[in-house]
Design a protein around this ligand. Structure first.
Ligand SMILES: C[S@@+](CC[C@H](N)C(=O)[O-])C[C@H]1O[C@@H](n2cnc3c(N)ncnc32)[C@H](O)[C@@H]1O
Length: 233
């Protein structure tokens, strides 16, 4: 009972705080902030803290896309690099990858703050799977992707319904039947309710499930909020 009231409340507060932060940031003329995460972070948020071995074994033979991946492909302890080492098709998608990042001390600092401990290498291996494009224009065939991950991009940065509608339509196109999209951090489902009929129709093609993730004691690194899974019907 406490959990069913407190968890949505905490998730919504976290989400509103993040949205406020992005709105204030958007008022500045600074470019969108991009960071990079470790595999440990992805395992905790998206894979119930399973071991590296377990996650990589489960994903063997799958096609995975990380949408709005930021600097993550360049981080040596990232999921992008762990999958590359195991021969798993893991793609990083971010418009900023179109021209390669210019690395400065600030970029390295951001990666450290959000928990990446590995080397940050502008010439990292496997960057041919880092693709500079927008989430609503993915370079995948219809029904070809098993899993989409998105950390701090959908809803947290991109919260305009019209843009999200195009993105979810694209996710639906590229996903295999039964494939899913995992997004973090998100608020409770009732605040994700689409406002237009057309967006509602797109969302009706997914089964939606939420799980509380994050760590209230480590707010900056793992803000307490829902991780939402959208599974293609
Ligand atoms: C806050 S960063 C998150 C980066 C990374 N996922 C992380 O958690 O550290 C948001 C990222 O989304 C990217 N982005 C913004 N609009 C996008 C879009 N329409 N499609 C794909 N990526 C987008 C930005 O370039 C930026 O790198």
């Amino acid at each position: 009972m406490i959990n069913s009231t407190v968890v949505p409340l905490v998730s919504n507060l976290t989400y509103e705080a993040i949205k406020l932060g992005t709105r204030v940031y958007g008022l500045s003329s600074l470019p969108v902030v991009s960071t990079g995460r470790s595999f440990g972070y992805y395992r905790k948020i998206f894979f119930d803290n399973k071991s590296e071995h377990q996650v990589l074994s489960e994903l063997k033979g799958q096609v995975i896309a990380d949408i709005g991946c930021g600097l993550t492909p360049y981080v040596s302890d990232s999921m992008f690099q762990a999958c590359r080492r195991k021969g798993i098709s893991f793609y990083g998608i971010d418009p900023k990858l179109a021209n390669g990042f210019k690395f400065g001390l600030f970029d390295r600092f951001k990666v450290r703050v959000v928990g990446g401990e590995g080397k940050i290498d502008p010439n990292a291996r496997g960057l041919e799977k880092g693709i500079g494009t927008l989430a609503d224009d993915l370079p995948f065939e219809d029904n070809s992707v098993d899993l989409v991950l998105s950390n701090y991009a959908m809803y947290a940065w991109i919260n305009d319904d019209a843009i999200l509608e195009g993105i979810f339509q694209e996710f639906h196109r590229v996903l295999k039947l039964g494939g899913s999209v995992k997004i973090y951090p998100t608020p409770h489902l009732n605040t994700l309710e689409p406002k237009s009929d057309s967006f509602r129709k797109v969302m009706s093609q997914f089964d939606i499930h939420q799980k509380f993730a994050g760590d209230p004691l480590l707010f900056v690194k793992y803000p307490p909020a829902f991780m939402t899974t959208f599974t293609k019907r």
